[in-house]
Design a protein around this ligand. Structure first.
Ligand code: ASP
Length: 320
């Protein structure tokens, strides 16, 4: 992957792990600060804001193998701590990003998994509506022969709804609507005026593209909304107050208003992709020192209570 992206003029850049929460549809892990007692860092659910800020800074093509942390229930194909191949590009449209990623996936399979056969190239592209109607989910398993362990059926899914009604389990959002994938995505051009008028909210489509493989979502991304008024409107539709928008996203709005080029990107769930390529039944099989279903590291015995001294330094009292 490094060789391919290097050839395509990408720069590998690491971004911080101690940061502030970005909404990615999950809970963040928090890290208490000793020097600012009562304040917390969040561990990144993804480098989304940083990679867009890199585009604002003129880097044009970025990637990294990013550690992402999401405090959600563990499943067979999901760990609280996982690795993304994360990338972002300036001056691109949806097809440019999809093409580059498709070529990269094909190159990986050809070089490292020559025994595997890709069912269809170019990868078929389904709309969300088609996927739901035909397969009943948005990461369809389109394999012609589900018993063939060497068959890889990639497909793209596009034209997702931008917003959905806020669910009861959504701890953070107060409004009637929340984003389906990524609040920083650009709506499709033909839906931009509805967004600006906050009209037909449920019908607005996003430029989001997901890539699915054998019934798993292995990646997703979008063209970003670099129009600050439109991005502000997204947060307003989600019921955020002007103060909250300024406090949480003021820096993004400022950066985007400073002449940021149009940009877009994607992230792959790298462990999940490896699980499928290696025909493993569980993501734990491709991660060194994975966590249990309850998010525990049994070997290191994490998480664990800490000493009274540590708690005092952090200004934290534990309710017994
Ligand atoms: N940050 C997104 C995610 O983690 C991916 C992207 O839009 O690039 O799902």
């Amino acid at each position: 992957i490094r060789d391919e992206l290097d050839t395509n003029n990408f720069l590998e850049i690491e971004t911080p792990l101690l940061t502030n929460p970005t909404p990615e549809g999950s809970r963040s892990y928090l890290v208490p600060s000793r020097t600012s007692q009562g304040s917390f860092y969040a561990l990144p659910q993804s480098p989304q804001q940083y990679k867009q800020l890199l585009m604002a800074g003129g880097f044009e093509r970025y990637f990294q193998f990013a550690k992402c942390m999401r405090d959600e229930d563990t499943r067979g194909d999901r760990q609280p701590e996982f690795t993304q191949l994360d990338l972002e590009m300036s001056f691109v449209n949806r097809e440019d990003v999809m093409r580059l990623n498709e070529e990269l996936l094909i190159a990986i399979v050809k070089e490292l998994f020559p025994e595997k056969r890709i069912q269809q190239v170019p990868f078929p592209v389904l709309t969300y509506k088609e996927a739901m109607e035909k397969y009943g989910n948005d990461k369809p398993d389109i394999r012609e022969d589900k018993n063939d362990p060497n068959l890889l059926a990639f497909c793209w899914v596009v034209d997702f709804p931008f917003f959905e009604k806020t669910g009861e389990d959504n701890v953070d959002e107060t409004g009637e609507w929340t984003f389906t994938h990524n609040p920083f995505s650009k709506p499709k051009d033909e839906n931009m005026s509805d967004l600006m008028d906050k009209k037909n909210v449920g019908d607005i489509l996003t430029t989001q593209y997901d890539v699915a493989l054998n019934g798993y979502e292995i990646g997703g991304g979008s063209i970003r909304n670099h129009n600050t008024q439109a991005l502000r409107t997204v947060f307003e539709v989600m019921g955020y107050s002007a103060e909250r928008i300024e406090k949480n996203f003021g820096h993004m709005l400022k950066a985007l208003a400073s002449g940021t080029p149009p940009h877009g990107g994607i992230a792959w769930g790298l462990d999940r992709l490896m699980m499928i390529l290696l025909n493993e039944p569980n993501i734990r099989e491709v991660i060194a020192f994975p966590k249990t279903g309850e998010g525990k590291d049994l070997l290191m015995q994490a998480p664990a209570p800490t000493s009274d001294k540590n708690l005092r330094e952090l200004g934290i009292e534990i309710k017994k």
